[in-house]
Design a protein around this ligand. Structure first.
Ligand code: VGL
Ligand code: ZN
Length: 228
């Protein structure tokens, strides 16, 4: 065994949790990604991160919180308390509304559904990033919420590990993978989404066009192996 490492490379495994694979918000065909992701994990990345959607009970993204039907949409706003805490302007909160899909309760802290799926080879080489932890803020991206109020340590950690090339796999392609990939590209990383390791909630395919428009490159596992 050599300890070959490809300098500057990172793997991001996004939200491979029980609720997204077999639980309350199971993504269609999500079980198919386990093997490709485990193969990706074995490649000689310099840095590895796994993100977890990590909601408190009564999270703003749950339909049950609003007494609404699943998959309806509503408008959410940045919580005034956080805007104040971060020294932002509270005058224009009403103009900063965003469309929010209302989900089944999922990935609730302390429940079985929040755990990474059995068989996933996420081990002690990984850093873990938790997101969606504030009750009033949705956070699809593992970098930050849409209002940039609650950045995670991800960007800082990638820089500390001298990462240039970020490769993403996981769930869901049209939500957290897309948002994280676009933020990675915007932060200046060469960003690759590996399709064998991704499935989407609403499987339309346009998420890949949206990512490409932001400079994200879409590759498959064979191409990833060639790069490594
Ligand atoms: C996600 C819906 C709600 C995701 C998280 O991980 O893509 N999707 N929360
Ligand atoms: Zn969520």
């Amino acid at each position: 065994m050599t300890d070959k490492v490809v300098a500057g490379t990172a793997l991001l495994v996004i939200d491979m949790q029980v609720d997204f694979v077999t639980g309350s918000l199971a993504v269609p065909r999500a079980t198919e990604v386990l093997e490709p992701i485990n193969e990706a994990i074995d490649l000689p990345f310099a840095y590895r991160v796994a993100s977890k959607d990590f909601h408190p009970p009564g999270h703003i993204s749950f339909a049950s919180t609003h007494g609404r039907q699943l998959f309806e949409t509503t408008t959410i706003y940045p919580p005034e308390r956080l805007v104040r805490q971060t020294g932002g302007d509270v005058e224009d909160i009403a103009e900063r509304g965003l469309k929010q899909t209302l989900w089944p309760d999922h990935c609730v802290q302390g429940t079985p559904g929040v755990e990474l799926i059995p068989g996933l080879k996420v081990d002690n080489r990984f850093d873990i990033v938790l997101k969606g932890t504030d009750p009033g803020v949705e956070c699809y991206s593992a970098f930050k919420d849409p209002w940039h109020l609650l950045p995670t340590d991800l960007e800082k950690n990638l820089h500390q590990h001298k990462v240039k090339d970020v490769h993403l796999v996981g769930l869901a392609g049209d939500f957290c993978v897309k948002a994280t990939a676009i933020d990675a590209a915007k932060a200046g990383f060469n960003t690759y989404v590996v399709t064998d390791g991704v499935r989407s909630v609403f499987d339309g395919g346009k998420e890949y066009d949206e990512m490409r428009e932001e400079g994200v490159r879409i590759i498959d596992l064979v191409e990833l192996k060639q790069r490594m």
